[in-house]
Design a protein around this ligand. Structure first.
Ligand code: AMP
Length: 406
């Protein structure tokens, strides 16, 4: 089915055509028709499936049918990065219309945001905390916001935003259209949906916990103390044009980023110890391809859309399987292919088994023939180095190390 068949406003179709969209993705084909009718929608879709257009296009179509009257749509996203992406998409779709949108996220000057809200844009894309701040002081401006979108609702709940979301909803008109998008549908989200949505149309794309098609997954068993060494070995010895590496903590992210930079790679860091401007420039650098490697904590797993990510490497095994699904969804975007590797220490096998149950497959175990799994093992200080058994780290690729890529 081509986009034309959806009956969207020609000005929006023109923009989608310019963006290279010819056919709607499955979530778009499922969500756009009921949303155009003003129905509530509850969509479970794999990450990278085109969710943003699935809610923005029908909403914008309906906005174009009404007179302008200040803020009419509020889109809530769990992270600044995702909110920025959504707002950029909104501007792109609105290119041939007079619809206006604004971004309201934490870590940015509040005065400029207040002025933007006062000006009455049609669409506000926001993170929950900062939106509430503005609603507390400028509540009247939101009185006409009769469309609410909750994007990546499962992440929003994981991040503890449920109370804020409920407060926001109370300040919006009771008669409204609500669209809830979530990568996964745990019972907490189903309950929230039952509370917020009226007679919703349910759109479910693929298996509820499925990972995007096109992603090849593999597990690399390795002792915990050799994880960084194995990762660096992988980076040096494998062709990986654009790599997103996840660590459990910001401290680990920082340390690993330094090590990888020492190896000659261009690296960006994304975690909550970085300032908003550092986070923005890390994202921009990675998106533009200036940085080959991005080292991040889970914050980047939420909704990050970088079309060219070829490899996602997790250096820890998330306790919550959904976190793993989010992480690897950062590659294989919009039908592309990608590799997702996870480094697993012996004490993480149980968590990996939970993930395997969730994604419905056993990940192949990969052992690298030219990596010395005995190296750097803690030894008594005075013990002599074993002969011929590989006491020292070996260089990658033996003999002919591959050139380092930037
Ligand atoms: P999203 O899941 O909304 O983050 O979208 C993932 C990526 O797919 C984005 O880069 C979109 O621009 C792209 N995309 C969304 N819908 C389409 C479509 N119908 N045709 C081609 N690309 C699309």
């Amino acid at each position: 089915m081509p986009f034309l068949a959806l009956g969207l406003n020609p000005l929006l179709l023109k923009a989608t055509k310019e963006l290279g969209y010819t056919d709607p993705t499955p979530v778009q084909a499922g969500a756009i028709p009921p949303a155009l009718e003003g129905r509530d929608v509850l969509a479970t879709a794999q990450t990278g499936t085109g969710k943003t257009a699935a809610f923005l296009l029908p909403i914008m179509h309906r906005l174009l049918l009404q007179p302008r009257k200040g803020i009419r749509v509020v889109v809530i996203s769990p992270t600044r990065e995702l909110a920025e992406q959504i707002e950029t998409a909104a501007k792109g779709f609105a290119a041939h219309t007079d619809l206006k949108s604004t971004l309201v996220v934490g870590g940015r000057p509040i005065g400029a945001q207040e002025r933007a809200i006062q000006a009455g844009p049609d669409i506000v894309v926001a993170t929950p905390g900062r939106l509430l701040d503005h609603m507390n002081s400028l509540g009247a401006k939101f009185a006409g916001a009769a469309v609410l979108v909750l994007d990546e609702a499962d992440s929003m709940l994981d991040m503890g935003f449920l109370p804020d979301v409920k407060r926001i909803v109370k300040k919006l008109p009771g008669r409204r259209q609500t669209l809830l998008f979530s990568a996964t549908m745990p019972p907490t989200i189903a309950n929230l949906a039952a509370e917020l949505l009226k007679n919703p149309v349910t759109v479910q794309i693929g298996k509820r916990t499925a990972t995007a098609v096109g992603i090849t997954q593999a597990a690399y068993p390795v002792p915990a103390h050799l994880k960084n060494a194995l990762l660096r070995h992988l980076l040096r010895s494998t062709e990986m044009p654009s790599i997103l590496v996840f660590t459990r903590t910001k401290h680990a992210a920082r340390k690993l980023a330094k090590q990888v930079a020492t190896d000659g790679f261009t690296v960006a860091e994304l975690h909550s110890n970085r300032t908003p401007s550092q986070r923005s420039s890390a994202m921009a650098g990675f998106k533009k391809g200036d940085c080959q490697v991005m080292v991040a904590t889970n914050i980047a797993a939420r909704g990050l859309d970088v079309a060219h990510v070829t490899h996602v490497i997790s250096t820890d095994v998330p306790d919550v399987p959904e976190d793993y699904v989010h992480r690897i969804g950062r590659t294989g975007r919009a039908g592309a292919t990608g590799d997702a590797f996870i480094l697993v220490s012996p004490d993480e096998e149980a968590s990996l088994a939970r993930i395997e149950r969730q994604v419905g497959q056993r990940l192949p175990r990969v052992t690298l023939p030219d990596f010395d799994y005995q190296q750097l093992a803690p030894k008594p200080v005075a013990a002599p180095a074993p002969r011929g058994g590989g006491g020292r780290p070996k260089a990658a690729g033996r003999g002919n190390p591959p050139p380092r890529r930037r």
